[in-house]
Ligand binder design. Structure first.
Ligand code: XMP
Length: 353
């Protein structure tokens, strides 16, 4: 065995001296990529039941960002990107984002769309950028791969200089060093920890999220996006405390009104579908070969508008910064301890009969 690895439930943050006068004044702005920033550290995942135009607009209105997924034809995806870019203009989002006054790296509203690392990825990326995307995310399950190296180098030399590249997913220090050297502007970090992932069961590969983030963050100077397995605002806070610049959300915002898909009514409740990008359902719906399945699909309760969900997550994160004595994410570097199963049980409401 090489070493022990930890995940979010294995640690708790230690409260530190605080002079935060009001949680309302806490600044959650953060780098997203080398050249782009966001006002809140939340990114909607590039999954077909999480982010298309409606979710991308809703997240941007709150100062975050969504990544428009690639499980559709190039023209269709470019139209989703264009509709998002047009909405940014007609909403006058630039004023909401206070671009003129913004400090670090928030000079332009980010608009992310994903591509693969082979097939039509180059043509797709070119069309997405023409439609208004300024960040391309190379959406690959195993990002420490020759195909990603080629894709990064090709996209870097083909796309205009204002376009940043997010690459992943990765789970090791060596992968972080390589992807940074290959031209990535942000590292999407986390393998096999997502709520619907079966990668670890199917292949035995993957690294629990806390250790995964530590390995990557220790060796890189570019922003890290923590992706997969985030279930609560406490998990978001832990990922940020470890040094992630942003977190990518799937299950937490799936099931909202803005997530793609119909509301399903059954047994007296309202639901929406949420499916893994590598699930049998996603592969079947998009006419892909029904092999190499590494994800599940399910229905989750309908949650209403995403604004309410995000606001309550941000309440938790702002509270975390207050416990950590931090007025902004740069200052948020609390110590943490490893907990036992007894500590984990104590952390949850335990007066339940
Ligand atoms: P959460 O936990 O937020 O995770 O729902 C979302 C992330 O999970 C990843 N993802 C997958 N991983 N098989 C996997 O192994 C899949 O089918 C799959 N679909 C999504 C992805 O990184 C996403 O952002």
């Amino acid at each position: 065995m090489n070493k022990q690895a930890l995940t979010y439930d294995d640690i708790q943050l230690v409260p530190s001296y605080s002079n935060v006068s009001s949680r309302r004044n806490i600044d959650l702005s953060t780098p997203l990529t080398k050249r782009y920033g966001i006002h809140i550290p939340l990114v909607a995942s590039c999954m077909d039941t999480v982010c298309e135009t409606e979710m991308a607009i809703a997240l941007a209105e709150m100062g975050g960002v969504g990544c428009i997924h690639r499980f559709m034809g190039i023209e269709h995806q470019a139209a989703e990107v264009k509709a998002t870019a047009d909405a940014f203009v007609s909403l006058n989002l630039a004023a909401v984002w206070k671009l003129e006054e913004s400090a670090f790296a928030i000079k332009q509203i980010p608009l992310i769309a994903s591509v693969g690392a082979n097939g039509d990825y180059l043509e797709r990326a070119i069309e997405l950028v023409k439609a208004g995307a300024n960040i391309i995310l190379i959406d690959v399950a195993h990002g420490h791969h020759e195909n990603v190296k080629q894709a990064l180098q090709t996209l870097r030399s083909t796309l205009p200089v204002h376009v940043d590249l997010i690459a992943g997913n990765i789970a090791s220090a060596k992968a972080a060093q390589d992807l940074e050297a290959w031209g990535a502007d942000c590292l999407r970090t986390g393998v096999g920890g997502g709520s619907l992932c079966t990668t670890r069961l199917k292949t035995g590969f993957g690294v629990p999220n806390v250790t995964c983030l530590q390995e990557v963050i220790a060796v890189t100077s570019i922003p890290v996006m923590a992706d997969g397995g985030i279930r609560t605002s406490g998990d978001i806070s832990k990922a940020l405390a470890l040094g992630s610049c942003s977190v990518m959300l799937g299950s937490l915002i799936a099931g909202t009104k803005e997530a793609p898909g119909q509301i399903i009514e059954k047994t007296g409740g309202l639901y929406k579908r949420y499916r893994g990008a590598a699930s049998l359902e996603t592969k079947s719906v998009h006419g892909q070969e029904r092999r190499n399945v590494e994800g599940e699909s399910t229905v989750i309760p309908f949650k209403g508008g995403v604004k309410f969900v995000v606001e309550s997550l941000l309440d938790g994160v702002r509270s975390a910064l207050s416990y950590g004595g931090a007025n902004n994410l740069k200052e948020f570097k609390p110590e943490y301890v490893q907990v036992t199963n007894a500590g984990l049980a104590e952390a949850r409401p335990h007066l339940i009969f």
